[in-house]
Design a protein around this ligand. Sequence first.
Ligand SMILES: [Zn+2]
Length: 410
Amino acid sequence: MLDYVIRNARVPGAANGGAVDIGFSKGKIAAIEPKLVADSPSYDAQGCLCCGGLVETHIHLDKSRIIDRCTPEPSRENSNHMKRVAAVKDGFTVEDIYNRAKVTLENCIKQGTTRIRTHAEIDMPVGTKCIEALQMLQKEYAWAVDLEICAFAQEGLAKVPEADKALVQAIEMGATSVGGAPNYDTDHPAHINRVFELARQYDIHVDLHIDSGHDPATMDNMLVADLAEKYKYGGRVAMGHMTKVAALPPAKQKDIARRLADVGVAVTVLPATDLFVLARHRDYNVPRCITDANLFAEHGCNCSISTNNILNPFTPFGDCSLIRMANMHANVLQVGQPDRLTELFSMISDRSARLINAKDYGIKVGSQAEVTVIDAKTHAEAVAINAPVLAAFKRGRQTVSRPRAELMRP
Ligand SMILES: [Zn+2]
């Protein structure tokens, strides 16, 4: 017995050249076949692309939407992102974080995102207020999105006992992964080792900000790989940014990709922030500082593409569209071949779901009844034309509706 059907869905790889109906029963996908016989309520996808929901592996809901209260950049060369954010953290009450994060979360949902890992800062004076606010949203929006919290110290951990204490507290409150930002710490190895120590102690995942910068002279990614191997943490470790490798010759990049593939460490590329923040030392012929996700994936390393910052000094832009992030990556990295564009789509869907260890994901019988409908015919086309999302479904019910723009002819 089906309780809902998405008619005329396009699911690449499914039967009938991908033209199928998707039947839901009790919050699960129960059938994927052409012309399902059922008199249950239905949605007509009109032949549009359907995927198992878009997956955001790296966003900062708690520090989104603060650009209006931050001082402007002193200059392009001296942008002071960190200090300008830290300077307004006094105003981060639970209510303030909740209100800002809520608007950003709703925008993510409207853009077809159904699963999110949000990185939450526990530095003083905010401490675990962000965890409190995010857990309220986690419950309130469970009908539309699975929200996972990754707690981390943005402003130093190794010699900051109050940050360490708040991080432990955040994990005990329910954060299901632990992150870090060793770039902003005095002792990178101590920071990274402590993150792995906490992950093992609480049996949670690791998702670090690693090697953000333009100069590959010193990097931390191989330490992360070594620890993932040593502690048998393969499949549970991700690194965001890793932009320094973009300055290496391809042969060196491939070596790193193969090592990460061997030990099961994934990479998240964050094109909007990296393009905005990095290489400010150059005022012409500026390097792009974006890790080539296709190259890494082609050498066995799982990759995702995500949003990171929305309307704050690290990225004063953002509409929460993951398709736009994939398109930006394709444009900047000069990715034009359809199979590589298809791979970029998987980095905001299937590959991202794998990175966050999502359960019951994807359009297959037995998965959660979770579908995003996109106004395109193929994955590659969705990325190429920055296609809009028309509808989303979560736990068997429609959560988003967005009509197509229509011409008003004379
Ligand atoms: Zn981040």
